[in-house]
Design a protein around this ligand. Structure first.
Ligand SMILES: Cc1cc2nc3c(=O)[nH]c(=O)nc-3n(C[C@H](O)[C@H](O)[C@H](O)COP(=O)(O)O)c2cc1C
Length: 217
């Protein structure tokens, strides 16, 4: 008899091979430098799409939504992504400027959870981000209304391509580089002997400093 899907899922091994060690005693006082270290380690280790992350938002109705985006940068204060402010996620962020980000690097058994406040970055950062996209990606972003049903696809894409070719510096006002300023960041590491290690940083609202806790799995 064929194995059921349930049996097949249960038989899967979640983490095989070598996993990095996570020495929580050697971590910095603030989370973003550690995120930068983990990103560099993921890049060095050849993790597939280490910059693919999920962004969860809620709209004014309180209903959650989630989607994959590309992480664009991490600086001293924030984690950056870029999107259209006119689409569903942009409207949700405008209604409730709080979001959760999730990065998962399966090859390393690592997960990073970030919760924070979302702000629009400076206009020049949005413009530079859009102009760094390929002409096709720029045309695709302006051809129609993000997440609306497609109508007149060929004509709209052709018109968008012509616009980008005629105006190579064009940046739609709706293209926004957003930054998430974290209030909570949790680093999760699968470990063979100890199962898993969780380190959570919480921002102290009064001082702006960070507290650190090891969490039960
Ligand atoms: C790997 C991957 C990367 C993506 N990167 C982006 C991105 O950087 N910006 C973006 O707006 N959408 C990106 N998308 C598409 C989004 O997941 C989503 O379909 C789109 O932004 C519409 O989301 P919304 O309807 O919630 O606004 C990406 C999808 C995948 C699978």
């Amino acid at each position: 008899m064929d194995a059921t899907l349930r049996d097949r899922l249960r038989a899967l091994r979640v983490f095989g091979g070598e996993l990095p060690r996570f020495d929580t005693d050697a971590t910095p006082a603030a989370p973003l430098p550690l995120l930068v270290d983990w990103l560099n380690e993921a890049l060095d280790a050849g993790v597939s799409q280490p910059h693919a992350m999920s962004l969860a938002t809620t709209g004014a109705d309180g209903i959650p939504d989630n989607r994959t985006l590309l992480l664009k940068d991490v600086d001293a204060e924030a984690v950056w992504f870029a999107s259209l402010s006119s689409g569903p996620k942009g409207r949700e962020i405008a209604a409730n400027p709080h979001a959760a980000l999730l990065l998962y690097w399966r090859e390393q058994g690592r997960q990073v959870r970030i919760v924070g406040r979302v702000e629009e970055g400076p206009r020049e950062v949005s413009e530079a981000d859009f102009l760094a996209r390929s002409p096709n990606a720029r045309a695709s972003a302006i051809a129609g209304e993000q997440s609306e049903p497609v109508v007149d696809r060929d004509a709209r894409v052709e018109a968008a391509r012509e616009k980008i070719a005629a105006e190579p510096e064009y940046v739609p006002a709706e293209w926004v580089a957003y930054r998430v300023i974290p209030d909570s960041v949790e680093f999760w590491q699968a470990e063979r002997e100890r199962d898993q290690v969780r380190l959570r940083y919480l921002r102290d609202a009064a001082t702006g400093g960070w507290s650190r806790d090891i969490l039960w799995p």
